[in-house]
Design a protein around this ligand. Sequence first.
Ligand SMILES: *Cc1c(COP(=O)(O)O)cnc(C)c1O
Length: 423
Amino acid sequence: MPRPQDQQNEQNTKQNTMWAWHDAMKVRRVINVSGTMTGLGASVLSRDVQTAMAQAGASFVDMHALQARASAGIARLTGAEAGFLTASASAGISLAIAGCMTGLDAARAEALPADPGAKSHVVIQAGHLCHYGAPVETAIRLTGASPRAIGQSTHVMDHQLAGALCEHTAAALYVASHHVVHYGQIPLKRFVDMCHRADVPVIVDAASEYDLTGFLAAGADLVIYSAHKFLGGPTGGIVAGRREAVRAAYLQNIAIGRGMKIGKESIAGAIAAIQAWQTRDHRADYQAYGRTLRTWQAALQDLAGIKTTLVDDPTGNPLQRLQVNINPTQAGATAAEFAQALADQDPAVIVRAHEIDLGYFQLDPCNLLLGQETLVTDTLGRVLGDPKSVRKDDDMPSRLRNKAVDSYLRWQGHTEAKTPATG
Ligand SMILES: *Cc1c(COP(=O)(O)O)cnc(C)c1O
């Protein structure tokens, strides 16, 4: 099974239309070596997914029956008893929490968020209070619940969890992600055991994790994935787990879930993406990604002040990235200045810059389309080999750090939104 992006590009290259859509829409040409990013349009869809979406779009259907088909596919994928689709993983977190608050009581579901009821606390480790484009805390609060953070960012102890679990606790939320602190937290198995001893259900936010069975196997009651990240589906969120907990989360569509609804086309597309995931040759993908990374590494090896390393994914997802460390004195510009210069090219090359303040960026091969490997190689060589053309800006790390919000502020604005001074 070819990767969706290869199919897509086979199509594009054949028709020599790689950028035809961008040009028609008058939007910038973008090459994604960053990862699955909402701001870059999440995933590209394989032809099978596109066909499934087109067929669904041309039909009426009983939506509960379609969600039941999705449930069967999600069950096969994850080992869950049941599952359903919603607008996004972030929506899935809110619905899962709301379900734990109300159970199958429709009146209680309708009372949210104004009346959160007696069970309205969501326990979460301090190091898991992340930002994935929005604060996870907001996904909790949308239900009317309030987060009860335990411990400190890099150190959480068992007694703090035990002490927080009480008759007001609706659920405990565990976040598996590169966005969270990776040490000093209570590991999932222990977290689950302690919560279950106190009769508290555990929800895992695994939006971007390739492990589709491990969290439920470790005892989580509900687990949430994005349909549009590594699965390569249309934008959507998967909620999977124990049947009764999934049903209570699904019920929330009568109230707070309304603004999070998913269309039939996206449900059909997600079902097709799940099927494709199960037949894909993941080993071949991994090897192809490795070849691409080594090509880029070779292209950068002779540049002064630039050191490249293949690094494993921090949460154990089966992929590597090329880390490009920049010594600004020798290389002539900082990592942040180079990252911005790459984004300023046409096509824009968007690198993974989450940790740019540490002096490096990473190149992620997973969303590269056919024909783009060489474009990236050439652009990297040109930009990193010519630091004199790179705009100097000591504020660049702060600009990049604030970009996620500044891009919203600038949109349709007359003046540049000011990046607040730091410190
Ligand atoms: C991406 C992500 C989300 C949000 O997922 P969406 O489907 O885009 O809403 C939530 N949690 C984590 C850990 C993520 O990586």
